[in-house]
Ligand binder design. Structure first.
Ligand code: AR6
Length: 182
């Protein structure tokens, strides 16, 4: 199950799967601001990558909501993990879209700043943090499309969606915004 579009020189792809198995240069974690680990994709990444990642997170100490930090990938196939902190969703009027956008944008900046070419994202904030999936997909995809327009460092930005429902929501939003008013 996969869909892709090309924007400038970057392929944006959607797949259904488990992000811990990705072989991109970096995978993004949906972390919390204490970088303390937890459930969901965060738990899965730390389990698969081993304790070295948490040790690095402790040294970094934390990360504000709407931003991201980078560590190595431990035992993962991906060489780096970018820990992005999305917002807890309240009603959409408490800065949630701006914070979600910031989490994606800073992750993309870190990818480029570290000379990496390929990165995979989960659907940040749409699990424990309760962000409605279609709204989150719109912010995520628009932020990525806006970022890769007019630059050529990134070869691949992939979204790894954990359920068929999430994959379908992202696909619908991508079809709607790619190429026109993104
Ligand atoms: N691969 C890809 N996506 C996954 C995987 C996986 N292996 N496992 C879960 N997902 P969540 P959040 C999806 O709750 O909403 C944690 O405790 C999941 O189905 O992981 O940003 C952190 O420590 C959902 O669609 O992240 C924070 O405290 C998406 O990943 C808090 O939860 C995000 O769900 C962050 O909450």
């Amino acid at each position: 199950m996969s869909v892709e579009v090309k924007v400038n020189s970057t392929v944006i792809s959607l797949v259904k799967g488990d992000i811990t198995l990705e072989e991109t240069d970096a995978i993004v974690n949906a972390a919390n601001s204490r970088l303390a680990g937890g459930g969901g994709v965060d738990g899965a990444i730390h389990r698969a990558g081993g304790p070295g990642i948490m040790e690095e997170c402790r040294k970094i100490g934390g990360c504000s909501t709407g931003s991201a930090v980078i560590t190595t990938g431990g035992r993962l196939k991906a060489r780096h993990v970018i820990h992005a902190v999305g917002p807890v969703y309240r009603d959409g009027n408490h800065g949630e879209p701006e914070a979600l956008k910031g989490a994606y944008r800073r992750s993309l900046e870190l990818t480029v700043e570290n000379g990496l070419k390929t990165v995979a994202f989960p659907s940040i904030s749409t699990g424990a943090y309760g962000y409605p999936i279609a709204e989150a997909a719109r912010v995520a995809l628009k932020t990525v499309i806006e970022f890769v327009r007019g630059r050529k460092e990134l070869e691949l930005v992939r979204f790894v969606l954990f359920s068929e429902g999430d994959f379908n929501r992202y696909r619908e939003v991508l079809e709607e915004i790619s190429g026109k008013n993104a």
